[in-house]
Design a protein around this ligand. Structure first.
Ligand code: FES
Ligand code: FE
Length: 386
């Protein structure tokens, strides 16, 4: 019988699944993080097929305020109407296709006008004016209006879906929270929609979006790269993350006063949280690109936008009670803790990305037992692309 030896060529088209024994189970093969064709399929069948969190509702602070956002391969304009309702449209002029808005954010009075030939739409998307339009009485102003995108507002954020038949928001988004926390009331207690933005930091991460999700899902790395976080949450030093068990929150260390970079006291506790949620950290992954972190005095929301197979933009919001933000309280020690965690995590993802194209990673790597649940994420991605 011929024994396998180290020099035997590996078949890069085969995932390591079939051969993995016991403690180690396989990751996705390297090409899942490097192949532009796989990335394009993910954009189409994951990002464009489901609900995507695109803006903090408070960022659209009055009628005519708009945001231009990327959803997979589509550009979308999210705008607040004069009736204060948030609507979203494909950023495509119905005349000859020019993009209506190119700035990431802006303010109009009561209409969106295409800069090319001046077709003009009201904030409900209806075509209201165009050069010589009155000489074309047969033109249906609704049928030639902007193409609408499905919108939901939830926990103070605007979520959109560009698919013609959006999946159930309750299943995809709220279901993810229930799967993690056990019930929806547990997030309702934080009244996230009533909190205010105290700080936003944008990160440009040179890694595939899945490396960021996988990283967020495990804490095997916490003892190595997160010294400040493991001081605050001692159980993380053992490699087990809060999101491993339904409803489980990681408890603050006994000497820790707050979720801050040095464990010093934080700010006013959100009054509606449960006693059982006090002095605890909960983390939720809402696929494909939202992470929510809940602590007693603030909530941290990450939104990811994959822009290339090896590049992902991440926007991170720190939300506190309105009175904390209005008082001008210094939230830097609170922000600094997760900013450091982000910087440490993203550096790890960027360190991993180049190796994804190595021949050594052609069949992928391994997941240890405390990472085994990541395989379910891999199966989810693969099933979407199947
Ligand atoms: Fe917009 Fe012509 S492309 S008005
Ligand atoms: Fe981490």
């Amino acid at each position: 019988m011929t024994a396998l030896n180290e020099t035997q060529p590996v078949d890069p088209t085969v995932d390591a699944a079939a051969t993995a024994p016991g403690s180690l189970i396989p990751t996705l093969a390297g090409r899942w993080y490097t192949d532009p064709a796989i990335f394009a399929a993910e954009q189409e069948r994951i990002v464009e097929a489901g609900w995507v969190c695109v803006a903090l509702a408070a960022d659209l602070d009055g009628p005519g305020a708009y945001r231009t956002v990327q959803v997979g391969r589509e550009s979308v304009v999210v705008v607040k109407g004069r009736d204060r309702q948030v609507r979203a449209f494909f950023n495509v002029c119905r005349h000859r296709g020019a993009q209506l808005c190119v700035e990431p954010a802006g303010q109009v009075r009561n209409k969106l006008q295409c800069p090319y030939h001046a077709w003009t739409y009201d904030l409900t998307g209806k075509l209201i004016a165009a050069p010589n339009l009155t000489e074309m009485p047969d033109v249906d102003r609704f049928a030639n209006g902007l193409a609408a995108v499905a919108v939901r507002e939830w926990i103070g954020y605007v979520w959109v879906c560009v698919a013609p038949e959006p999946p159930s928001f309750e299943e995809q988004v709220i279901g993810a929270v229930v799967t993690r926390l056990g019930d929806v009331e547990s997030i309702d207690h934080y009244g996230v929609e009533n909190l205010r933005l105290a700080k936003r930091i944008s990160y440009d991460v040179k890694s595939n979006w899945k490396l960021i999700v996988e990283n967020f899902m495990e804490c095997y790395h916490c003892a190595t790269i997160h010294p400040e976080l493991t001081e605050v949450l001692p159980e993380f030093a053992d490699g087990y993350a809060a999101q491993y068990y339904v409803g489980h929150g990681a408890e603050f260390g006994s000497e820790v006063e707050g979720f801050t970079v040095d464990g010093s006291a934080g700010h006013t506790r959100i009054p509606t949280i449960d006693e059982a949620q006090d002095r605890k950290y909960f983390a939720i992954t809402i696929r494909p690109g939202v992470f929510v972190n809940l602590v007693p005095d603030h909530v941290i929301v990450h939104r990811m936008t994959p822009v290339a197979v090896d590049r992902t933009l991440v926007e991170c919001d720190w939300l506190f009670l309105p009175e904390v933000v209005e008082s001008g309280a210094d939230v830097e020690r609170s922000v600094e803790l997760f900013h450091r965690v982000n910087t440490q995590d993203f550096a790890a993802c960027e360190r991993t990305q180049p190796a994804m194209s190595s021949r050594i990673y052609a069949q992928g790597g391994s997941l240890v037992p405390s990472e085994h649940h990541i395989a379910e994420f891999h199966h989810w991605v693969q099933s979407r692309l199947a």
